[in-house]
Each structure stands twice: as structure tokens, then as C-alpha cells.
Design a protein around this ligand. Structure first.
Ligand code: AMP
Length: 356
């Protein structure tokens, strides 16, 4: 599809891997980001606009040359996607992006659709927080909770684990925001993610579930397909499907859920973009999550999402960047170096996928 140009808002590793997949179909990519030079997507894209997301002129010029646009991170300002002219296909769509940007809206949407959530409270002041702690103690046998900023949280940032005897004043000061959510702590046995691809005609494909392990709020390891009772797989597939239709997603939608001892799935959050826990699909599925994203926005038919092997994905963070080397000498490993300069603590520098 040499005549098709995909616009990408953002310049991180998810954009980079989308560009790599698009290249397989002869599709060129134009990256738009404020800090795109030498960034993972900016350094390998066909063309580049380095400008602020508020720069209307630059956005208009960008939309004059692309055929579709996708967001490679969910905190892209809504207006940057929203001002795209009608003839340009918008992925994941304004409704999906706005929902994923606000943890309160996200949770309310899950509740509306009948997807179980942990008890949660909207917090916009110290007194909201004291009240929520009181209700938490009265209504649940669990005094542990997590206080999260409603917006702009990622990889465990913008969240504090709390106990109901913590000082609300101190917590509120520490979180330093005007809108937050207090979530009751879920004593889960597993963390699972589901991923759906949905195209402009509403057709869908659901990838096998992935089992995830986080440390300090950051994903460190995923394995797939997760071995789960069929009833859990059916419920997870149903939840991600109804959410994708409700939000009218075009592209990808990942849903992170907790699995409790009694095999109940509890909603955690959504991400309307490629998801770290599905990087294993690059080698593990005939048509990866990135290929599905490109197909869904360019009108190409969906591919195969089944896998016949057990896959693992290990994230390589700044503090352990030397581990990327070990992947080169293992015959069952695939190394992905995002080309980021300057390894920082907890910064995702690359990942290694391997099979059993
Ligand atoms: P999040 O950014 O909301 O996905 O949170 C990052 C990680 O923190 C999750 O993957 C969980 O490991 C943990 N976490 C978040 N919310 C809860 C919760 N309500 N109960 C237990 N663990 C949680």
C-alpha cells in the first residue's frame, strides 16, 4: 500500500514497533511529536514533524498528508486527535482516548457495562479522602487501598498505597493533584490482560490472554497464553469486546484485570493502543498486535492471532540494560532494543521475547 501514509502522534517504542509493522505492508509513517528527534519512533519513521501538540498549523499540515492517524500513547491531548478532518480515520477515536485518560471515567464505564470493579471513591479534597477512608473501613474487611491521580498516571507513577489510618492531609499533599481516585486494594492471585483489535467496520479479533507480573507498578514479565479456566477466558473476552464496541475503538484496546482466588475478574484499566504485555505477539502470532493495528486503520483484512507455543516477554529497564546482551546468545530469544539514548532507572530500554 505504497499510497497510504499512517500518521502517528507520539514517538515512543510503541510507535517504533508500529512503523516496523507498517513497513511490511509498504505503508509509510509520519510521526508527529514535540520531542521526536532521536526518539524510538522519530528515528526510524519515513517523515517527521517535530512540534507541540497544541501547534494547530503544524497539525493541519500533518493532517494534509496522512490518510489515518493513531496515538501511540494515551496521554496525547484530545484536541490534537480531535481536530483531524472527518475524512481521516482516527485511532483509537476521541471517545476511547478521553475515557482512557481519566481513571474515574474509565471505572464508571466499566461499571456501566457490568464489568466488576473494586470499590472506589472520587477524591477531590482532603475531606473526600477522610470520608472515603471511613467508608472503606466500615464497608470492607480490607483497609488497604491505592490512591491514584485521575489523569497522567503510568507505570506506577502518580499512585500511593495507603492504609486507612494514614494521614489524609499528608497523602493529599504527597499526591499533589486536584482529582484522584481511591481504590480498595484487590488481593488478586493473578494479573491478566486481554487485547482486542477492532476495525472501522466493527470487526474484531481477540488475542490469547496474557499473564503479567509487575514490580513497583511496572510490568516486568509477561507470559502467554495464560492458562485459565475457560469461564475466565470467556468473561475476559466478553469484557474487552463490549468495551471496544462501547468506545467505538478503531485499532487496539487492551484491558488489564485482576483475577481473585474465586476466579472473578476485576477491572483495573484500559489502554487503547498496543500494549506492553502483547509484545510477544511480534514473534508469537502470525499477525502481531502492531500488524493488527496497521491493518485495522488501513482497511486490510485481519490475520491470525492464535499461537502454538508458550511465550515469555521480559522488559529491559534502564538499571538492567546490559541484560539485552544475554538475549543475543540464546537461540530461542528475540531482542528488541528501542534505541533510546541514556538508560535511566525504570525507563523501558527494550524487551526480550523467548519461547519454551
Ligand atoms: P495501574 O497503573 O493502575 O495499572 O497500577 C499498576 C499496578 O499496581 C497494577 O498492575 C497492580 O499490580 C497494582 N495495582 C493497581 N491498582 C491496584 C488495586 N486496586 N489493588 C491491587 N493492586 C493494584
Amino acid at each position: 500500500m505504497a499510497d497510504f501514509t499512517l500518521g502517528i502522534l507520539g514517538s515512543g517504542q510503541l510507535g517504533r514497533m508500529t512503523i516496523q509493522a507498517a513497513a511490511d505492508y509498504g505503508i509509510s509513517c509520519h510521526v508527529f511529536a514535540p520531542d521526536a528527534n532521536n526518539a524510538p519512533a522519530g528515528e526510524i519513521c519515513n517523515t517527521l514533524t517535530e512540534a507541540e501538540y497544541s501547534d494547530q498549523n503544524a497539525l493541519n499540515n500533518f493532517y494534509a498528508i496522512v490518510d489515518a492517524v493513531t496515538c501511540e500513547f494515551e496521554n496525547v491531548p484530545i484536541s490534537a486527535l480531535g481536530i483531524a478532518p472527518d475524512h481521516i480515520l482516527k485511532s483509537p477515536g476521541v471517545k476511547a482516548l478521553a475515557t482512557a485518560q481519566n481513571r474515574l471515567i474509565e471505572k464508571e464505564t466499566a461499571k456501566l457495562l457490568g464489568i466488576p470493579t473494586a470499590p472506589y471513591w472520587k477524591i477531590s479534597s482532603v475531606s473526600d479522602l477522610s470520608d472515603a477512608f471511613n467508608t472503606l473501613t466500615l464497608n470492607t474487611s480490607n483497609e488497604n487501598a491505592i490512591l491514584k491521580t485521575a489523569k497522567f498516571g503510568y507505570d506506577g507513577k502518580g499512585q500511593i498505597r495507603t492504609k486507612s489510618d494514614d494521614s489524609p492531609e499528608q497523602l493529599w499533599q504527597e499526591l499533589n493533584t486536584d482529582l484522584a481516585i481511591l481504590e480498595s486494594f484487590v488481593n488478586f492471585k493473578k494479573e491478566i490482560s486481554f487485547l482486542i483489535a477492532r476495525n472501522m467496520n466493527g470487526q474484531t479479533e481477540i488475542f490469547p490472554p496474557t499473564l503479567n507480573h509487575h514490580e513497583n507498578g511496572i510490568l516486568v514479565h509477561s507470559s502467554a497464553p495464560a492458562i485459565l479456566p475457560q469461564s475466565v477466558i470467556d468473561a475476559g473476552c466478553h469484557y474487552v469486546e463490549i468495551m471496544a464496541h462501547h468506545l467505538d475503538v478503531v485499532g487496539l484496546l487492551a484491558m488489564e484485570l485482576f483475577l481473585t482466588e474465586d476466579n472473578t475478574l476485576i477491572f483495573n484499566e484500559i489502554a487503547p493502543r498496543p500494549h506492553n504485555s502483547y509484545h510477544w505477539t511480534i514473534e508469537g502470532c502470525k499477525t502481531s498486535q502492531f500488524h493488527h493495528l496497521v491493518r485495522s486503520v488501513s482497511g486490510l483484512p485481519f490475520g491470525e492471532v492464535k499461537t502454538s507455543r508458550k511465550w515469555h516477554m521480559k522488559n529491559i529497564l534502564g538499571q538492567s540494560v546490559s541484560e539485552l546482551q544475554s538475549g543475543y546468545s540464546n537461540t530461542n530469544s528475540y531482542v528488541h532494543d528501542y534505541g533510546k539514548a541514556g538508560p535511566k532507572i525504570d525507563r523501558k530500554m527494550g524487551h526480550i521475547t523467548y519461547f519454551e
